[in-house]
Structures are given as C-alpha cells and as structure tokens.
Design a protein around this ligand. Structure first.
Ligand code: BT5
Length: 311
C-alpha cells in the first residue's frame, strides 16, 4: 500500500512550478520537517529526481514507471512491482484475501506472463501488464461479457488517444490493422449463482517492439511512430473501464462491441473445446457468445475458442 504522505508530498511538488520549502510542506501536510525529508529520500529511491537547496525541494523529473503516485485519486488501489511472474497470480492472491473491487496490480515486466490455456504472453519492459479485480454483482453467465467490456474500453482508449482504428477480434483481442496490440484474460471465482471476483488481465504492447517476437503482433509505438506515455494510457484505460462497468448487463455494451468488431460478417474458423467450426460470424448473443452460421445453415452459439478470420 502506498504511503499517503508521500503521495501528498509528490502532489505538492508536481503542482508547484518552482521550489517548495520543507517548512511549507510540513505546515501544509501537518507533519514534521524530518518526516518530510525521510519521505523525500524514499521518493528519490523510487526514481523521482528531487532537488533540494536553500530554496526548498523541487521535482526535476519522474521515473518512467507506473508507480501508484502516477494515478491521482487511485493511488491506494494500485500495487506496483518491477518484475513479477504474472500479475494474475498476485491479483488472485489479493482477491482471495478480500481486496476491494478496483484493485489494480501492475508490473513493468513479467517473467511468466500468460494468455488463455497457459499460453505464453511476451512481456518485456516497455509494455503495460496489469490485472484488475472486479466484483460485479452478476451471475457467472455474464462472465464472457466482462471480456467484451474490457476490450471495448481498451479499443476506445486507443482510438481516443491516438486516432488509430483499433478493432476487436472475438473473443478477446484488440487489433490494429489486423495485428494484435492487446490481449485480455479473465479469471473468475464464482458460485453457481454469484460471481465472487473476476480478475481481468490486460497485456498491451505499448513501447516494446514486438513484431519479430510474436507473429501478427504490433505495438502502439510501432503504429504511432514514437514512444507513447504509458502513464497517460493507463490512467485513461482505467477510467474507461471504471465508467463502462455500468454497461455490463445492458444491451448497449453489445452494440458497442458490434461497432468495433472486425470479426462480424466474416468467414471464420473457430477452434472450440473438442471441435472446429467454420462459417460466417453473424452476431454475438446476449451472453457474449459468437453466433456462427455454418455451411449447413445451422446457427451455433460459441462461448469459448480461438478464432481465425478466413476472409
Ligand atoms: C491473450 O491470450 O491474449 C491474453 C493475454 C493477457 C496478458 C495479460 S498481461 C497482464 C496479465 N498477466 C498475465 O500473466 N496475463 C495477463 P490468448 O488469446 O491465449 O493469446 C495468446 C497468444 O498471443 C500467444 O499464444 C501468442 O501467439 C500471442 N502473443 C503472445 N505475446 C504477445 C504479445 N506481446 N503481443 C501480441 N501477441 C502475443
């Protein structure tokens, strides 16, 4: 849990154009100058370049890390690490121990980032790797919609920040010009009639160069043509996810997904548990299952699987 006083000191330094004296900080925050100094030292260890002179303290630069202080208003919900095996493991542990909805686990890199079915997620530094704990008050039948919801929020964020035409590929990919820029993984703990928690993992290729490492992958940096601000992206995406949750059970979410989808109206091949289905992707149903019309005219509702766009 991030220290509130450090958060407040950093906020005061960021808001001030010039120096802030130790005395002013201690008065403003109601603590001793020694305490201020100790927290400044700790912030420096985290990578904040804070100058001190007879004029007081001044923030010269912040590290390029997704530290809790970089998420105004959400600091207490952010758990940040430099490298972890997988943010999903930490999120699961936190969720089991009662972490509040909205808790976010962020890592700068992952040694064992994973996709569905234990597939590997390439997670070098420069990307964004996070898991969010949600506690929606719905039955497990709504689980596939959680994937769709987060995918919509990410695609919207990419479109708004960079004007790139991000599209959605069923069930859980965000693509730019047909290449995967983001993967989403949801893990759920539920009873028959109630979800305890869902932890949603988001792996986003931000600044790491991924083409060449993963087939059909692309990063925002490669598309935008410059390094992007991971802090800005994360703040916007987390806000978008917060706002979109109200849509989880309604029809609007499905409409938004349809608008952003690159899967609908395509010939697809779906590898589902135990079978391969080919046909035309015609729609998604209320539960988020993909509706595919096969060659013999049968309409199938597919809840999980891997999808290839054929034409
Ligand atoms: C996904 O799985 O796309 C979900 C990925 C979720 C990753 C996040 S990162 C934060 C959190 N912590 C974790 O450990 N995981 C989550 P799936 O649909 O199964 O796709 C996996 C496939 O995507 C792999 O088999 C590769 O082909 C491809 N892939 C791996 N790394 C990639 C990358 N960085 N960019 C694009 N494609 C990648």
């Amino acid at each position: 849990m991030v220290n509130q006083l450090r958060t407040d000191i950093l906020k005061a330094l960021k808001e001030s154009a010039g120096h802030v004296s130790g005395e002013a900080l201690s008065r403003h925050l109601g603590t001793s100058r020694v305490a201020i100094w100790k927290h400044i030292r700790r912030l420096r260890q985290d990578g904040y370049a804070i100058e001190s002179s007879s004029l007081g303290y001044r923030l010269n630069s912040s590290p390029n890390l997704l530290l809790p202080y970089e998420f105004p208003g959400m600091e207490q919900k952010i758990h940040h690490s430099s490298e972890v095996s997988s943010t999903m493991d930490i999120a699961r542990e936190l969720a089991r121990n009662g972490a509040a909805a909205g808790t976010v686990v962020i890592a700068e890199s992952q040694s064992r980032g994973r996709g569905r079915l234990e597939r590997k997620w390439y997670s070098p530094q420069g990307g964004i790797y996070l898991s969010i704990i949600l506690r929606p008050q719905v039955t497990p039948a709504y689980a596939p919609r959680i994937n769709l919801m987060v995918a919509v929020a990410i695609a919207r964020t990419i479109r708004e920040l960079f004007g790139l035409k991000a599209e959605l590929k069923w069930p859980n990919d965000v693509l730019i010009e047909g290449k995967k820029v983001c993967g989403i993984l949801a893990e759920m703990d539920a009873e028959m009639d109630m979800v305890n928690y869902v932890s949603v993992g988001i792996g986003l290729n931000a600044n790491a160069v991924v083409s060449g490492h993963e087939e059909n992958a692309v990063s925002l940096r490669e598309k935008v043509g410059r390094e992007i601000s991971r802090k800005e992206f994360c703040n916007s995406a987390l806000r978008a996810i917060e706002e979109i949750q109200i849509m989880l059970t309604g029809a609007d979410l499905l409409d938004e997904w349809r608008d952003l989808s690159s899967t609908l109206n395509r010939e697809v091949r779906i590898t589902a548990p135990g079978e391969v289905i080919e046909g035309q992707a015609v729609d998604i149903d209320d539960h988020g299952a993909l509706m595919v019309k096969t060659g013999d005219g049968v309409l199938r509702h597919i809840f999980a699987g891997d999808c290839i766009h054929l034409r």
